[in-house]
Design a protein around this ligand. Sequence first.
Ligand code: CUA
Length: 318
Amino acid sequence: MGPWPLDPQGPQAREISQLYWIMFVCAIVVLAIVDGGIVYAGIKFRERPGHVAKQFHGHNFLELTWTVIPTIMVVTFSVLSFQKLDFINNTRGGVEMTIQAQGSQWVWTFSYPKEDRFKLSDGTYLQSSEELHIPVGTKVLIQLSAKDVIHSFWVPNIGGKKDAVPGRPTELWIQADNPGTYKGQCYEFCGDGHADMLVTLVAHAKSDYNAWIADALKEANRLNDPATLKGKQTFLSLACVGCHTVKGTTAGGKVGPELTHVAGKKSIAGGVLSPVNEENLTKWISNPPAVKPGTQMPNLGLSQEQVHDIVQWLLTLK
Ligand code: CUA
């Protein structure tokens, strides 16, 4: 199911949806009684020949009923709301992890804790855009900031919703019960791209979270790897550029497929090799005709090192 607050997947969303259902059921009962009374009175006391309306003034029982019951309901809702708000606004107790989220037009950027396990090879710490990865069953504090205008962080199935305001730090906490992918949406109109300012919250089983960190670090470190830069230079110095285009570089060939976002594709070699990963790119570049007989891409006879460097660079092209 899409983003939907009534399918709670975390303690916060559960509290909110409980209150929603209590109020919704009460509202339905009130609606039935009030509208039922109107319809009943309309039929029973309607004007008809020979029927004379009885005259009276006031009715203590009825007046007490429709004063006392709504009062009890409103007070109950208030007490419940404040209790739940207390729980929802508790961004201090039990927090196990803190992640910074910066809203900008039109993307969320998440910075993971400055802990060794998130450290990159260049000494900075792991960041991700649009996707936020957390372990399940863990109370995660999200510290919000905004770069340009007001944005709002909201993942309905997990609960909570908070504005990110330029120059004024705000925070909320999230927690997911089960592994899964939960969609969120910026909830404050922030310009042209507001509707497309999404967030994908990925909750990992605790045992899988470290594996995700390792993958993410590997991915991020690739950009800092000297091999990546060397791979780019190698690519641009070889015959590759005669056939392939990579926007932003001098490679402008039109014969072969464009490679500007090759690492983001589903397959290479016209669909023969999938997914696009280190193993398949290496296989392909090392000897294309061996993978796809008759292909126009020749075997350039590259050294293993050249292939490795080029692959490292291609994998950064998303
Ligand atoms: Cu950011 Cu709407």
